[in-house]
Design a protein around this ligand. Structure first.
Ligand SMILES: Cc1ncc(COP(=O)(O)O)c(C=O)c1O
Length: 451
């Protein structure tokens, strides 16, 4: 099979050993299907000449890929991209994807869709729902939130296409291009991406074992560069898994009030948390844009998020949803309502909590020295200096495990840097354990080891 004409070989950037960087670049091209199954890789000598490498380096890179099951060498014919996705034993274990562990069976999806289909007569197929979503769906979502997290009127709640969309809408409401946005010193990669798209500047607030420190926030609010808003995840923060105590939340709410600061509270991990700590949305409802999502607690495939805005912002928020997506996907809103009402959401949340704490226990076996941020956090954060984190990510990839590179989440590397391991993404506990073992190997190997 011929290569796609556009493919040209390259090295992954960075300081690591050449075989690892070449293997990483080729693995990325295979994953992105720039190199298709069956494609023949260039002969060793040709690739070495093209990239100004030695033939030995190319041989080592091909051997690494073969160990991962991504390519196979055929004597006398060359090296070919594997014809099918490698099986579990050989494939990459991807711990970079922040997904809930698989709980809902496909059959449950099919059954919910059938129930929705049976009521299709009640679903207007030709009309757009209102930008904020149908009121009955907003009410179902408000009841779900009230049941485990925050009690607020459905009229202040808008449906969005995932929390990511809600972040974009909230930032669009309170920030203008060039504005300064305060965030945790390591933050959710999607919030960084949204801020970049909106032309915002970021300032990272120093964190301790709970999350952002009130004194650091107070200092940031005193400077001449007045921030437009604060974005934070007070519960099971992504990427560190840290949770703010009630007392810290009260301090942050008081500071926001004193400095008239809008706050965007991302609470997507609420179903994993023990109730008891107040949300910022309850402590300062007049200024907090509260975000939740069905992705973690039910299914990422729904692409449904929730945005509660302070009273008086409802129309502007609806206009912002309309400007960015018109409205949340109505069909999945029906599935959400079905699952929130028939008890599926409660069962999934319970199973999810059990599964996440079992996975945390596995993580503790491999990284006993790492202080767990909480029994139900979906990530493990390994604090590492920037260069060590990058090296470990690259080496882990060479060993067949993908982790989030530090650059995706770090705002201020001098303050906080490390590797985020997503505990939910592996399809099984066994694969998670295997992946964590390989990551430990990647971190602990002496600097000059070539994998
Ligand atoms: C903190 C945080 N906010 C938002 C999201 C995005 O959620 P959604 O899938 O609802 O867009 C994620 C997903 O990983 C997240 O970790």
């Amino acid at each position: 099979m011929r290569q796609p004409a556009a493919w040209s070989p390259r090295m992954s950037p960075g300081p690591g050993p050449a075989p690892e960087r070449l293997a990483a670049a080729l693995a990325e091209d295979i994953a992105a299907e720039r190199l298709r199954p069956g494609a023949r890789l260039p002969p060793h000598r040709q690739l070495a000449d093209d990239l100004k490498l030695s033939v030995v380096t190319v041989g080592r890179a091909y051997a690494l890929l073969e160990r991962q099951g991504l390519v196979r060498g055929e004597h006398g014919r060359g090296t070919f991209v594997s014809a099918s996705i490698p099986d579990e034993a050989a494939a990459f274990i991807d711990l970079s994807l922040n997904l809930p562990p698989p709980i809902l069976a496909e059959a449950q999806f099919a059954a919910a869709l059938q129930r929705v289909a049976a009521r299709a007569a009640g679903i207007s197929t030709q009309r757009y729902p209102p930008p904020a979503g149908r009121l009955e769906h907003r009410r179902a979502a408000a009841r779900w939130l009230a049941g485990h997290r925050i009690d607020l009127p459905a009229e202040r709640l808008l449906l969005t296409n995932g929390a990511q969309h809600a972040i974009m809408v909230a930032l669009g409401l309170v920030c203008r291009p060039g504005d300064l946005l305060l965030v945790e010193s390591v933050t959710y990669a999607g919030a960084k991406a949204a801020a970049r798209l909106l032309g915002l500047r970021l300032a990272g607030i120093e964190m301790d074992g709970e999350g952002i420190m009130s004194a650091a926030l107070a200092a940031a609010l005193q400077g001449p560069d007045r921030p437009a808003a604060l974005y934070l995840t007070p519960t099971m923060q992504n990427p560190t898994g840290r949770t703010l105590t009630a007392e810290r939340r009260r301090e942050i709410a008081a500071l926001a009030r004193r400095h008239d600061l809008p706050v965007i509270e991302d609470d997507v991990y609420s179903v994993l948390d023990d109730p008891g700590r107040p949300t910022l949305g309850e402590l300062a409802p007049e200024r907090v844009f509260y975000i939740n999502s069905l992705s973690k607690g039910l299914s990422a495939a729904l692409r449904l998020g929730l945005l509660a805005v302070p009273a008086g912002w409802e129309d502007r928020a609806a206009a912002a949803v309309q400007a960015t997506a018109w409205t949340a996907s109505p069909l999945t809103s029906f599935v959400m309502a079905e699952w929130l009402q028939d008890g599926t959401a409660g069962l999934v949340a319970e199973a999810l909590r059990r599964e996440v704490s079992a996975r945390q226990a596995i993580a503790a076996e491999y990284f006993p020295g790492v202080r767990p941020a909480g029994p139900a956090a979906m990530h493990l954060w390994l604090p590492l200096a920037e260069a060590a984190a990058e090296r470990a990510a690259r080496r882990a990839q060479a060993l067949g495990v993908i982790v989030t590179p530090p650059g995706a989440t770090v705002v201020d590397a001098a303050r906080d840097c490390g590797l985020r391991l997503c505990l939910g993404a592996a399809p099984s506990r066994e694969m998670l354990g295997r992946g964590l073992g390989l990551i430990r190997q990647a971190i602990e190997a002496p600097e000059d080891t070539i994998f």
